[in-house]
Every structure is written in structure tokens, then in C-alpha cells.
Design a protein around this ligand. Structure first.
Ligand code: COA
Length: 321
């Protein structure tokens, strides 16, 4: 497959670290030094569906195609207001697409999993043009009422989308899952039936921060190493590492592992925080629109998240600005 269009949409409201000190016992200094995050954008007037629609419309326009030409639509979303129908079904009608669509829930690694599925569909001859949307509002999983400072400072909302078609951009890809449901988890309450003894309560996002950090670095380094070897690419020949935007210290640890200079690691986490699976397609869209991606450039992408899931890929960029 190859990427032929990118798009993204962010909520209007930018929430600074300073603004968060009104709700949590934290400080700008603590957040910056531990994570690199300065602001994050949170949904206020707009909904996640609005952002998803906007990101898709921009990607479709960028690809120069009609929405009816899309023959599959994959949406990565951990949760939104709708439990059913899938978010992709709601967005599909609003963007004028008519193809089959489905959602995947692979936490922050959703974009890599979606690329893998898209590649398989294209290779199998099942689809020619696939729209991938990653739309997330992880801020809504956090415990704002309970003033839990450990997770609420990390996340932001946003949406990123790409259109892919037949091509040779994808050189290698890997995905991995290790069942570790206790390092990062969120449970929402379901309607109880009269036949149950205990009712599971809603539990806001819980995180073993150091556990996530360690697992993220280990899995990401392993994945990056694997896709580089499979594509027969030397780290020196990689132009940009487009990594999941969770924490600058995690990015730095991966950078040390591959032994490459900081200029090869673009970031926008300082502006947006961790937008879960949307983070890589949002960054990709920014780089593309700023003219920083040139045909022939060697990219590596890598992401990790709750599950524990992780994945990486090597892409030879072929799109003109
Ligand atoms: N403001 C101030 N203090 C905070 C805080 C906040 N927002 N959040 C936690 N703390 C406190 C803790 O209560 C703890 O206090 P204690 O020592 O009195 O118990 C202390 O800070 C922990 O500090 P430290 O050991 O320096 O934290 P850390 O180096 O582990 O950094 C994270 C914490 C969360 C930034 C780090 O573990 C991390 O980035 N983990 C990965 C998280 C992630 O990326 N999740 C999403 C993955 S997709």
C-alpha cells in the first residue's frame, strides 16, 4: 500500500499545564520535566465525531478522490459516546462514503494495526482505496472528579486520518500483544441485569506509570529493530522516526537505542499531549502539510499502548506535498 492523503483535526480549546493546576495538585515544572507536555487540546464545543469527520474530509480532499471511491473504512477508537454503532458507521454517513466499515480497539497502537489490516485487504484484492481514521478522546477516561493527577495530565483529544491505496510504500510491519491488563486500564459500567450478584462499577483510567514506561521502551525498541531488519534498512538511512507521542523521555530512550540524532525525531506532544492512536497520523499530517516529507524519504513508525499492544513499520514515503 501507499499513503495518498492525510488529514487531521484538533479541538479548539488548548489547556495549559498551568490551567490544570486548578484541578490537580501538580505543576507546570513537574509535567514538563517528566513528560515534555506543555498544552493539550480537549473537546469542549466540538464532539469527537466532529473531529473524525473533519480529519476524514481533509484526508479525502488531500487524496483528490470522491468519498464514494473508498471501498473500506477502518476506524481506530478506544471509546466514544456510542458503544454501538461503531464510530466508523456514524462518520461514514457524514462524509458521504458508502463502503463497509468497522472499528478496531488497539489503544495507542491502532494506527499501526489499521495499516496492517489495510495492507492485507489490498494484497488480497478486497479493496483498492481504504480510509483509516484514528479518533480519540482519552481525556474522558481520566478521573477529573477524583482529582487524579497521575493520568489526567498526560492525554489530549484529536483525530488523524489517511487514505491508502495499492503501492509499494510499506516495506515491513509488525504488531505484538502481551496480555498485561493491569498496567493501563479503564472500565465503564454496563446496565446490570437482575441475574448478577455483584455489579461492576465504572473505574476511571488506572495506570502503573513506571510499568508502562518500561514496557513501552522495551517493546518499541524490539519492534523498531525487527522492522528495520525485515526491510533491510540501517538506522543511519532513516530520515524520520515518526513515533507515538506519549512522552519525550520514552522517545529519547528509543532514540538512544537506535543511536540517531534528535532532528530525526519530530514531536508535537508538547502541543497536544498523548492523543492515543491519533498521535502518529496527526504528526504525519503536520509533517506532510509543512512540506517536511519528500518522496523517497525513509520513515519508521512505532507505537505502544494499553493491552499491552505495540507495533512498528518501515515506510518509503512516495507522496508529493
Ligand atoms: N504532578 C505532580 N506529582 C505527580 C503527578 C503530577 N501530575 N503525578 C504523579 N506525581 C507524583 C506521584 O504521586 C509520586 O509521588 P511519591 O513519590 O510521593 O509517591 C511521584 O510523582 C512519582 O514521581 P516520579 O517517580 O518522578 O515519576 P515518574 O518518573 O515515574 O514519571 C510518569 C511519572 C507518569 C510521567 C512516567 O511514569 C510515564 O511517563 N509513564 C508512562 C505513561 C504513559 O506514557 N502512558 C500512556 C502510554 S500509551
Amino acid at each position: 500500500m501507499k499513503i495518498i492523503g492525510t488529514g487531521s483535526a484538533m479541538p479548539e480549546l488548548a489547556v495549559t499545564n498551568e490551567m490544570l493546576t486548578e484541578y490537580f495538585d501538580t505543576s507546570d515544572e513537574w509535567i514538563r520535566s517528566r513528560t515534555g507536555i506543555v498544552t493539550r487540546h480537549l473537546c469542549s464545543k466540538e464532539t469527537l465525531i466532529d473531529l473524525g469527520v473533519e480529519a476524514c474530509q481533509k484526508a479525502i480532499e488531500n487524496a483528490g478522490i470522491d468519498p464514494k471511491e473508498i471501498d473500506y473504512f477502518i476506524c481506530s477508537n478506544v471509546a466514544n459516546n456510542y458503544v454501538t454503532p461503531a464510530m466508523s458507521c456514524v462518520v461514514q454517513g457524514k462524509i458521504g462514503a458508502t463502503c463497509p466499515c468497522f472499528d478496531i480497539s488497539c489503544a495507542c497502537t491502532g494506527f499501526i494495526f489499521a495499516l496492517d489490516i489495510a495492507e492485507s485487504f489490498i494484497k488480497a484484492g478486497r479493496a483498492k482505496k481504504i480510509l483509516i481514521l484514528c479518533a480519540e478522546e482519552p481525556s474522558k477516561f481520566c478521573d477529573w472528579k477524583g482529582h487524579d493527577r497521575t493520568t489526567s495530565i498526560l492525554f489530549g483529544d484529536g483525530a488523524g486520518a489517511v487514505v491508502v491505496t495499492e503501492g509499494d510504500d510499506l516495506q515491513s510491519i509488525c504488531t505484538a500483544t502481551t496480555s498485561l491488563p493491569d498496567v493501563l486500564w479503564y472500565k465503564h459500567a454496563m446496565e446490570p441485569t437482575p441475574f448478577e450478584d455483584g455489579i461492576e462499577e465504572h473505574v476511571p483510567l488506572q495506570m502503573d506509570g513506571k510499568g508502562v514506561f518500561r514496557t513501552a521502551v522495551t517493546s518499541s525498541c524490539k519492534d523498531v529493530d525487527q522492522v528495520l531488519k525485515e526491510a533491510n534498512v540501517n538506522p543511519d538511512d532513516v530520515d524520520l522516526f515518526v513515533l507515538h507521542q506519549a512522552n519525550f523521555r520514552i522517545i529519547d530512550a528509543i532514540r538512544n537505542f537506535v543511536g540517531q540524532p534528535a532532528e530525526k525525531f519530530p514531536t508535537n506532544l508538547q502541543h497536544y499531549g498523548n492523543t492515543s492512536s491519533a498521535s502518529i497520523p496527526i504528526l504525519l499530517d503536520e509533517l506532510h502539510r509543512e512540506g517536511k516529507l519528500k518522496p523517497g524519504m525513509q520513515l519508521v513508525m512505532s507505537a505502544f499502548g494499553a493491552g499491552f499492544v505495540s507495533g512498528a513499520c518501515c515506510i518509503k514515503w512516495s507522496m508529493e506535498k
